[in-house]
Write a protein that binds this ligand. Structure first.
Ligand code: UDX
Length: 455
């Protein structure tokens, strides 16, 4: 009978979490692990529908799904609703899943690897006598800020609901990125009730972390050393990307339009502006149009990911006119194979919302950033990119909160002319690759956790 170490893996049910969890799972499978990967039923259906062979299977990974507690048509972008739904039903389903797997006679599940946002999974692990590792998919600085909440309340920076008492710049410690206190990740949950629910969840999850034996993070020591030195329990093991082996299924929720790679092949090296805002950003109609006009004004080739839900109208006469005016030098797709795109020699820069995965993917490829953060941790990432690592520039909105077309054009020109930014981006690219290469800092950390999980 085989005796592979068997771990059950459970990401937060969002695209920016499923992708890095699958990258970690692929790496564990390569190291001899058996992985059972838990999606919500809703997301599993999306992954199946988006995958080229309509199976959603990922080599060597056993994909399973459980309900998230919401009805089929309910809005899963409403964080309060999503959290309420999954807290009600998911713990019970996960317990069942583990119990059945462990009674089936195969390799017993000995470890849970869960998202920090799914703190309840650590309670399930404890109840069932299974060991737990936490995988934090954003920056160490973000996790460190959340772990510092009690001190921030004591210092009078936050009130008991996590709202800032004063509007000021906040920096965790020297060498870390600074943000406005209004930009804390948990400050954007809509109404006051929503704010309280999300803040409480954040606080509870950080407490539940004590049930995890390891906290691994999709970052690398060299790029976040000031934070990681103060928080040595956060183990950097990244960047974990599919980049080392394109073609592995990464659990995309939308079908990847790979024809844009052929289009990139026809563009000169270092010429294309890649524009993508991850899986959750929403632009209002006037901002969407202003961005299009900014790209038109720049006169540069661009590849722009326009998700079907990026704005309220992604088709129509106005957009047809824009397409006609930029034909030949502009390409719009509804979802790209982003990691392949960023590795392509024709890419000159990345106009990004600064989600952490996009940030690490840009760093991995030495691509300069034009930063346009939207919510949660993205302001912190923007500050890292522009102020700490100095590999990008921020776009500034006008007094109406709109980033005007001229700002887009001018910042693009400034960015692409800045040799210092390019040189630093290449330096961080080398550092990222060294960290995951044999003997590198992330490689060593992952090896030590993997060795422990084998026992
Ligand atoms: C969310 C949060 O918004 C982000 O701030 C947090 O750090 C993680 O969870 P998301 O907004 O989706 O993530 O952004 P990001 O973290 O950048 O993840 C998006 C992922 O989708 C990346 O891995 C990216 O490569 C992929 N992607 C995006 C594609 O493959 N194709 C696309 O067209 C766009």
């Amino acid at each position: 009978m085989s005796s592979r170490p068997h771990a059950i893996v459970i990401p937060f049910p969002a695209q920016g979490h499923v992708i890095p969890f699958l990258a970690l799972s692929h790496s564990l499978v390569e190291q001899g692990f058996r992985i059972t990967f838990v999606n919500t039923e809703f997301n599993a259906d999306r992954v199946v529908a988006a995958s080229p062979d309509k199976s959603g299977d990922a080599e060597g990974i056993h994909m399973v799904s459980i309900p998230d507690g919401l009805a089929p048509g309910e809005d899963r972008n409403n964080l309060g609703k999503l959290v309420d739904g999954y807290l009600r039903v998911m713990p019970g389903y996960l317990e069942d899943l583990i119990r059945k797997a462990n009674e089936s006679g195969g390799d017993k599940i000995k470890w849970i690897i869960a998202d920090e946002n799914m703190g309840w999974a650590f309670e399930v692990a404890k109840k069932m006598g299974i060991r737990a590792t936490c995988f934090w998919t954003a920056s160490a600085a973000m996790l460190a800020t959340m772990l510092s909440i009690p001190e921030l309340i004591r210092a009078g920076i936050l009130d008991a609901d996590g709202l800032p008492r004063r509007h000021e710049k906040f920096q965790l410690s020297p060498g870390t990125p600074s943000i406005q206190t209004t930009q804390f990740a948990w400050n954007r949950a809509g109404d006051a009730a929503g704010q309280r629910i999300i803040f409480q969840l954040v606080v509870n999850n950080t407490k539940l972390l004590e049930l995890a034996e390891y906290v691994i993070c999709n970052t690398f020591h060299e790029i976040e050393s000031p934070v990681l030195t103060v928080f040595p329990n956060i183990l950097p093991v990244g960047p974990l990307l599919s980049g080392q082996a394109f073609g592995k299924p990464m659990g995309h929720f939308w079908p990847e339009d790979v024809t844009c790679v052929e289009w990139l092949d026809e563009q000169p090296d270092n010429s294309v502006v890649y524009v993508a805002f991850g899986s959750m950003t929403v632009l209002d109609r006037s901002q969407f149009e202003e961005l299009a006009l900014g790209l038109e004004l720049s006169r540069r080739p661009f590849l722009w990911v326009v998700r079907p839900d990026l704005t309220d109208e992604t088709s129509g006469a106005w957009l047809d006119g824009f397409r006609e005016r930029t034909v030949g030098r502009g390409r719009m797709v509804s979802w790209s194979p982003q990691q392949r795109i960023l590795a392509h020699p024709s890419i000159a820069c990345f106009l990004s919302h600064c989600g952490w995965n996009s940030t690490m993917e840009g760093v991995w490829n030495g691509v300069p950033f034009l930063c346009w953060p939207y919510f949660t941790d993205q302001f912190l990432d923007d500050s890292y990119i522009c102020n700490v690592w100095r590999i990008g520039l921020s776009l500034n909105p006008d007094e109406k909160g709109i980033v005007p077309r001229e700002e887009i054009k001018e910042k693009l020109e400034e960015l692409l002319a800045d040799e210092g930014i390019k040189a630093r981006a290449l330096m961080w690219k080398d550092a990222a690759r060294r960290s995951v290469g044999e003997g590198g800092s992330s490689w060593k950390n992952l090896k030590s956790v993997v060795d422990a999980m084998r026992e």
